[in-house]
Write a protein that binds this ligand. Structure first.
Ligand SMILES: *Cc1c(COP(=O)(O)O)cnc(C)c1O
Length: 377
């Protein structure tokens, strides 16, 4: 942890056991991605030519007709909605997010998909000029309810594929595809943190957006892939609401190299990170008052995490444990989405090379009554 660039500015670093978190800086870049960004910074380039080429490489990787690079998936949502509402019409593009030029502004999504990934997904829809129309209840929405919500004002449907979304009682993607096709409106899929880059295009989404800084491991970046006409409209938003979302040459090149590495690494990478979780679980086994297990990702991604459940005899709640880990030096950030259910998770994806030892030492301190841990969690 010594001599990081952050130190120069008086900022510490953290051990990231929580995964691909925007609030911890997304992914740590591979040396080749970092070097590619440095090299990209050394020349001028025609940005439009670079973006067109990058888009066709992403189209190839996703199986889509076309694609466009964005600053992230949140931008991808706003730009996708804007594309559907304004198309490539310069006057409409210049008016957004005021889309009063059309009566078709409704973007239909189910209540269980009303996620907040750091900002509300509905706000990104509004930013593109859409009006979110929420259907059903958080844990129970029916296909008929979605179907009935598609009226004359519907501009599109929106589906969130994410661990953030409620995983039960939801209308599946295949039904959204069928409903969108029957009504002749486009379907946007938010697959920000997903690992499968082809599944949602193959399933029939008209547009799908991903983060480049999550599963793909690139710098802050992202893309929208999908129908050629809609991607042309996404691109055209650069002269409108897309302007405050502009990408840099370094971002584009870093993303492209990360994408190449991601497509090449896949299987070996998954085996390697599962092995790290297993090793970390082994190192944490046998601590009194702590039950340790391995858990598969709740949204079906190929990620195995270490689950820590403090028992009642420890006097610690899962929340206490997360707080104690985060208040040590260096801080250890865990995944605490499910702390209310008595469990925190340690994610292997962003762990630095020697992080297991530091984590095991700290957890032992917390449970074995060290003053730095248990007494001041
Ligand atoms: C992270 C996330 C986003 C936002 O993606 P960025 O690339 O950070 O803009 C949107 N939707 C979901 C479901 C996410 O997990």
């Amino acid at each position: 942890m010594s001599h990081t660039i952050y130190e120069r500015f008086g900022v510490g670093t953290v051990i990231n056991a929580s995964g691909k978190m925007t609030n911890l800086g997304g992914s740590v870049l591979s040396p080749s991605v970092a070097e590619a960004m440095r090299l990209a910074s050394q020349n001028h380039v025609d940005m439009d030519e670079l973006l067109v080429r990058a888009g066709s490489l992403v189209a190839e990787a996703t199986g889509a007709e076309a694609a466009w690079i964005t600053t992230g998936a949140a931008a991808g949502i706003a730009l996708s909605v804007a594309a559907i509402l304004a198309g490539t019409d310069p006057q409409r593009i210049a008016l957004l997010p005021d889309a009063s030029f059309t009566a078709r502004r409704a973007i239909v999504l189910q209540a269980g998909h009303l996620v907040n990934f750091g900002a509300p997904v509905t706000q990104m829809i509004r930013l593109g000029g859409g009006i979110p129309v929420i259907v059903g209840a958080v844990n129970a929405t029916s296909r008929d309810q979605v179907d009935a919500a598609i009226g004359g004002d519907a501009a599109g449907l929106f589906f969130v594929q994410s661990h953030h979304a409620v995983q039960k009682g939801a209308v599946p993607l295949s039904d959204f595809v069928e409903i969108a096709r029957r009504h002749g409106v486009p379907l946007i899929v938010d697959a920000a943190a997903e690992e499968n880059l082809r599944a949602y295009i193959a399933a029939g989404a008209d547009l799908v957006t991903y983060s480049g800084g999550k599963a793909i491991g690139g710098p802050t970046s992202g893309f929208v892939a999908g129908r050629r006409d809609l991607i042309a409209a996404v691109r055209a938003q650069g002269r409108g609401i897309g302007r405050p979302m502009k990408v840099s040459k370094e971002q584009v090149v870093g993303f492209l190299v990360a994408l190449q590495e991601y497509l090449a690494a896949d299987v070996a990478l998954i085996a390697q990170r599962s092995a790290r979780s297993a090793r970390l679980a082994e190192m944490l086994a046998g601590i009194p008052g702590l039950s340790v297990g391995l858990e598969r990702d709740e949204a079906g991604r190929d990620i195995t995490r270490v689950a820590l459940r403090p028992g009642p005899e420890s006097g610690l709640t899962a929340r206490d444990l997360a707080t104690a880990l985060a208040s040590g030096s260096p801080p250890i950030r865990s995944r605490s989405h499910q702390a209310a259910l008595g469990v925190i998770l340690l994610d292997p994806r962003e762990l630095a090379a020697d992080a297991e030892e530091a984590i095991a030492r700290r957890v032992r301190e917390i449970f074995l009554g060290d003053a730095a841990g248990r007494l001041h969690p």
